[in-house]
Design a protein around this ligand. Structure first.
Ligand SMILES: [Zn+2]
Length: 207
């Protein structure tokens, strides 16, 4: 004895009129569903257009960052520049250090963060005020640090080899942070230096 739905499908398949009716019913359901789903989809899009875009870790349009030779941007596509390197007090944040030892850039919570150059991951986890962070050792005393990453987003492990464009995690606001952003830091022989001229020298000017 065939299942009733199989019998029904057989009848539908044999009848032209029934096939049309089923098609109409499917269309009606799709249209009714669309009317409900569309506002739900439109709302986040409207928020994204006016505020912080909500994106899933590493899935911001599946984009990859611009890479020039061995180095690339730590974010894919346009970003908002936050605090640059040097003396930049944070308005409304008394506990944030005024002397800023990195370069802040942002696309919104959850945006993918990428390694800027080839090297070995030496830290992948919590780093005090830096929050969830990844440190990449590029050799020749050069290190880059990616700080304030989103909880649970770190996608690499200690001792892992990475290259420019390897996804490290997602933009967050962990540690001593004031809103979602990437704190991108450069250290050469332990000294904390401005990443902007370093990146510009590699054909990657930071805006
Ligand atoms: Zn910073």
């Amino acid at each position: 004895m065939p299942h009733p739905s199989v019998v029904a499908a057989g009848i539908v398949a044999r009848s032209k009129t029934l096939r049309r009716l089923v098609l109409l019913a499917v269309l009606a359901v799709a249209l009714a569903g669309g009317a409900i789903v569309t506002p739900l989809v439109a709302l986040p899009l409207a928020i994204a257009a006016h505020g912080t875009p909500a994106v899933q870790p590493g899935t911001i349009d599946g984009r990859t960052p611009v890479v020039v030779g061995e180095w690339g941007y730590p974010l894919a596509g346009d970003y908002t520049k936050g605090r640059g390197f040097g003396f930049h007090p944070v308005k409304g944040c008394s506990y944030c250090p005024a002397d800023h030892k990195g370069y802040d850039m942002s696309q919104g919570c959850g945006a993918a963060i990428f390694a800027a150059g080839p090297g070995t991951v030496t830290t992948a986890g919590s780093m005090g005020q830096f929050g969830n962070s990844v440190v990449v050792d590029h050799g020749d005393g050069i290190q880059t640090i990616y700080a304030h990453l989103e909880w649970g987003s770190i996608a690499v492990e200690k001792t892992q080899q990475v290259s420019a464009g390897t996804r490290l995690g997602a933009e967050g606001t962990t540690g001593l942070s004031w809103g979602c952003h990437l704190h991108f830091e450069l250290r050469i022989d332990g000294a904390r230096l401005d990443p902007a001229p370093f990146m510009a020298a590699r054909g990657l000017p930071l805006a």
